[in-house]
Design a binder for this molecule. Structure first.
Ligand code: GLC
Length: 435
C-alpha cells in the first residue's frame, strides 16, 4: 500500500464521494408494506436486503452530505416500523418476507413477523440530531428511547443490557466469548441461544431472571448515551464510567450476569466511549495515548481494528465454513468513525486526519467494502456496503463533530467544557506493512 498521505486531496475526496453516491443509489429500496411507506438503503445489495437499524442510522449520517431529504427518509422509515409503544427491531423486513433459509438465525418469534424482536444499539435520536434537528420535538423518537429504557435498563442506573451478542452490532466479537462461549455469534451454538431466547419472547427481564446471560457493554451504551444527550436528557456517562471504566487497563470493559471469570479480549467496543462528548478528559486522553495511538494494538495502517492487534483473539479469518466470524480483527468504518470523533474532540487533528485519509484511500482503491484488512487496507466482506460511506463525514470537516454533534447546551457538566488544544506530539504513522 502506498504511504498514506497526511491529508486527503480534493481529487481523492471527490472520487470517494462519487463511489458513495453510486452505492446510495444502487442500494436504495422504496415501497409500501401494508399501507406503510418505506425508503431506506440496504446495507448491501446481495447479503443484506432488508433495513437494519444501526446501519440505517450510520447511513443517514453519511447520506446527509449528498441528499439530506433522503437521509431523513431513511430515519423516518425506522420510525414507520415502530410499534405503538416505541419498539423498533434490529432488522425490518420491508419488501420481502424473511426467507426459510435465514429463519434459524434471525431473532423473530414467528416467520411472519414484520421485524426482529431484538434491538441494535439505539442511536436513532442521535442520528436524528445530526441529520435533521432536535429529536425531542418528535414524540415517536422520545417514545422509542423511553421504550428501550423500560425494556433494557435492568438495574435502574440508566445503562442498558443486551440479551445476545448481535444486539450490540458486533455479532461474533471475541468480547462476547467469555459471556456466551460456544453460543457467541459466528458459532454453531448461536442457534441454540436464539431458540432459547425465543422461548422468552426475547424479554430481557425474564431472561436475566432465569439466570441466563445478559451483558452491559460499552459500545451499546455509548450510542444509547449519545441518544439521551441528543434528546437533552441527563447523561449516563457518569454511570458508564462508574460501572465499566477499568482504570488499570485504561479501557472500558463489559459487565455480564452471571459474572465472567475469563479474560476479556480488547476490542473496538472498549474504545467506543471516546465518542461521548462529556467523557472526562483525563480518561479520554489516557485511552488515546495508551491504546488508540499504539502501533502494537490499534494504530494500524488502516485503523482502527475491531480487535487489538496484540490481543490473542485477533484474527483476520472471517469465516469458518458457512459461519461468518465478524468483528474479530478487521477494521470497520463505523467504529473507526467513533474513534475519529474522540480524536477530533480532543484536538488530535493530525491523527484524526490520518485516520480519515487511510479510510478514504482504502475506499478509493477497494470500493465500499464491509470491512478492511487493518494492516494492508485490502477490502474484505461484502461489496457496496452502506455504512462505509461514513468516510464522507470524516472528510466533511463539520465543526459540530467536535462535540459529537451534541449542542453545547446539552452538555451541562464541568467535564464537558470545550477541550484544551492538544499539546501532545503527533505520533508517527504506524508502519505495519508486510507484517
Ligand atoms: C452484520 C454486522 C451487523 C450489521 C449487519 C448488516 O451482521 O455484524 O452489525 O448490522 O451485518 O450490515
Amino acid at each position: 500500500m502506498d504511504t498514506i498521505k497526511r491529508h486527503t486531496t480534493r481529487r481523492v475526496a471527490a472520487e470517494v464521494r462519487k463511489i458513495c453516491a453510486v452505492v446510495f443509489e444502487g442500494n436504495r429500496r422504496e415501497g409500501v408494506r401494508d399501507g406503510i411507506p418505506y425508503a431506506y438503503t440496504a446495507p448491501s445489495p446481495t447479503r443484506y436486503p432488508w433495513q437494519w437499524y444501526w446501519d440505517s442510522c450510520f447511513i443517514a449520517i453519511a447520506l446527509r452530505h449528498i441528499d439530506p431529504k433522503r437521509a431523513r427518509q431513511e430515519l423516518e422509515s425506522l420510525l414507520n416500523a415502530s410499534t405503538p409503544e416505541g419498539f423498533i427491531g434490529h432488522t425490518i423486513f420491508w419488501g420481502k418476507k424473511l426467507t426459510l433459509r435465514r429463519l434459524p438465525i434471525y431473532n423473530v418469534v414467528h416467520r411472519r413477523d414484520s421485524m426482529t424482536s431484538t434491538i441494535q444499539p439505539p442511536l436513532l435520536a442521535w442520528a436524528w440530531r445530526i441529520v435533521v434537528g432536535d429529536p425531542a420535538l418528535e414524540p415517536a423518537i422520545v417514545r422509542h428511547q423511553a421504550e428501550i429504557t423500560r425494556l433494557r435498563d435492568l438495574e435502574g442506573d440508566g445503562l442498558i443490557w443486551i440479551i445476545q451478542p448481535d444486539e450490540s452490532g458486533l455479532d461474533a466479537s471475541p468480547i462476547f466469548d467469555p459471556v456466551w462461549g460456544k453460543e457467541n455469534g459466528g458459532r454453531l451454538g448461536f442457534r441454540r441461544l436464539l431458540v432459547r431466547n425465543r422461548k422468552f419472547n426475547f424479554d430481557a427481564r425474564k431472561i436475566a431472571a432465569a439466570g441466563l446471560p445478559v451483558a452491559c457493554d460499552p459500545l451499546t451504551n455509548t450510542l444509547h448515551g449519545l441518544s439521551r444527550l441528543a434528546l437533552g436528557q441527563p447523561s449516563i456517562t457518569p454511570a458508564l464510567v462508574k460501572r465499566l471504566w477499568d482504570k488499570e487497563a485504561g479501557l472500558f470493559v463489559l459487565e455480564a450476569k452471571p459474572g465472567i471469570d475469563k479474560r476479556l479480549p480488547v476490542t473496538c467496543a472498549a474504545l467506543a466511549p471516546l465518542a461521548l462528548p462529556d467523557l472526562p478528559e483525563e480518561i479520554a486522553r489516557e485511552m488515546i495515548e495508551r491504546h488508540v495511538l499504539n502501533n502494537k494494538s490499534f494504530w494500524t495502517e488502516v485503523a482502527s481494528p475491531s480487535v487489538a492487534l496484540d490481543d490473542p483473539a485477533f484474527s483476520l479469518k472471517d469465516s469458518i465454513g458457512p459461519l461468518k466470524r465478524y468483528w474479530r480483527g478487521p477494521t470497520w468504518v463505523n467504529t473507526t468513525w467513533l474513534v475519529w470523533l474522540g480524536l477530533t474532540r480532543l484536538g488530535y487533528t493530525a491523527e484524526a486526519n490520518r485516520l480519515a485519509d487511510s479510510i478514504a484511500q482504502a475506499v478509493r482503491r477497494e470500493g465500499l467494502r464491509e470491512y478492511y484488512n487493518p494492516l494492508t487496507g485490502k477490502g474484505m466482506g461484502t461489496k457496496d456496503f452502506g455504512w462505509s460511506t461514513l468516510v464522507l463525514d470524516m472528510l466533511a470537516n463539520d465543526p459540530r463533530a467536535r462535540t459529537s454533534y451534541i449542542p453545547a447546551r446539552s452538555l451541562g457538566t464541568p467535564q464537558s467544557r470545550p477541550p484544551r488544544p492538544n499539546t501532545a506530539p503527533a505520533r508517527p504513522a504506524a508502519s505495519s506493512m508486510g507484517r
